[in-house]
Design a binder for this molecule. Structure first.
Ligand code: NAD
Length: 353
């Protein structure tokens, strides 16, 4: 069975979807609509059918699914229109600008019975899946700290991403990916506290980076950081447990695990610093640690679309659940609230806790 998807918004990401969809069995691109004539010309040059407007796309009975890949502020209205016209919808991330907008979308999905999902594609990132495996299999013993960051040095792209009314800023852009990964990695563990600061190095109207400290029940702390003015990048991932530390340096998954081998070091050789000696910070003896390569988890981003196809054919449950989307939207709301008030925000705690 062939399922036809139409793409609204054929910019960088719409184009990426167009290319990817050609490689997924059972799904084909029915056509494309973009408000910019030059993007329509480009879509034609790629061999895609183009619709004269969004209404014509929605009126095409061949179209089963609409993929929304426009700037963030348009996701809600386009998704709602498409579902009301009888189409299933995939929205790019962030699903909407705030939790309330998302709840409006979810309500229409429930009322119309149309399937709605969000392209949280970074759940298929191999660096994230590798860290999740290390954590969930307890390879470092009891973990107390995880750091997940992305650093660039080019500021925010000079388009709608710089405008608050379009849903610009890095919390909504990269943050939604990294925060979603952090919540997924922790599974059912409650997130108790959120503390965040936003940066405005190159942009005053929207955040051009942020640091959020997430404290989970049981004590695991995850630091999520996005920077766009970092000319030296810190590692993509860092995880520290009672028995070892794991690091992933970059997108190529360079990294390692350094683990204690169970030998106690009674006779630590102190290290000399300019202002004195220290045993606490002295490096480990080689025979008390073991350096291991990462247990890299392989994945295939096409599985996102394979899942959508299987949901259409009632063969699978959606991999991206709407409750998870709501949770990450609420987390971003808590991050903005914390940054504004300069206070810790209590998250998944009941009144009595
Ligand atoms: P972009 O600016 O390159 O593309 C957006 C396109 O939408 C433009 O071509 C624009 O002309 C078109 N558009 C604007 N208003 C429209 C309308 N009313 N009707 C039809 N088309 C309209 O931006 P992008 O980088 O492709 O981002 C698009 C979306 O994809 C955003 O929501 C962004 O957050 C998301 N995105 C997701 C990922 C990911 O990894 N999942 C990566 C990049 C972008």
């Amino acid at each position: 069975m062939e399922h036809k998807i139409a793409i609204v918004g054929f910019g960088g990401m719409g184009n990426w979807h167009g290319e990817l969809l050609e490689k997924v069995e059972g799904l084909t691109v029915a056509g494309v609509y973009d408000i910019l004539p030059r993007r329509m010309e480009y879509a034609k040059s790629c061999g895609f059918h183009t619709y004269k407007d969004f209404e014509e796309m929605l009126a095409d009975p061949e179209v089963e699914i609409v993929l929304v890949a426009t700037p963030n502020d348009l996701h809600k209205s386009l998704a709602i229109k498409a579902m009301q016209a009888g189409k299933h919808v995939i929205s790019e991330k962030p699903v909407a600008l705030n939790p309330e907008e998302f709840l409006e979308i979810r309500k229409v999905s429930e009322e119309t019975g149309r399937f709605f999902t969000v392209h949280q594609n970074r759940r298929w990132d191999e660096d994230y899946l590798t860290m999740k495996k290390i954590f969930q299999e307890g390879l470092l013993g009891k973990v107390h700290r995880i750091e997940s960051r992305v650093h660039g040095s080019r500021g925010i792209p000079g388009d709608w991403r710089q405008k608050p009314e379009c849903g610009g800023g890095m919390v909504l852009d990269w943050g939604v990916h990294l925060l979603d990964q952090a919540l997924q990695l922790m599974g059912d563990v409650k997130l108790i506290h959120v503390y965040a600061v936003l940066t405005n190095v190159t942009n005053q109207l929207v955040d051009d980076g942020f640091t959020a400290v997430l404290t989970f029940e049981g004590g695991v702390e995850i630091v999520v950081e996005v920077g766009t003015s970092n000319f030296i990048s810190l590692p993509r991932w860092y995880m520290s447990g009672r028995d070892g530390t794991a690091i992933i340096e970059d997108w190529d998954l360079d990294g390692k695990i350094v683990r204690a081998v169970g030998k106690d070091e009674q006779d630590v050789v102190p290290v000399r610093t300019a202002a004195g000696i220290t045993k606490t910070m002295a490096p480990r003896r080689e025979d008390t640690i073991r350096v291991e390569s990462l247990p890299v988890v392989k994945s295939d981003i096409k599985d996102f679309y394979r899942n959508v196809r299987d949901v259409m054919e009632e063969k699978a449950e959606p991999k991206i659940k709407l409750a998870e989307i709501l949770r990450v939207m609420r987390l971003m709301e808590a991050i903005f609230a914390s940054a504004k008030s300069k206070q810790v925000v209590r998250f998944e705690v009941t009144e009595n806790e």
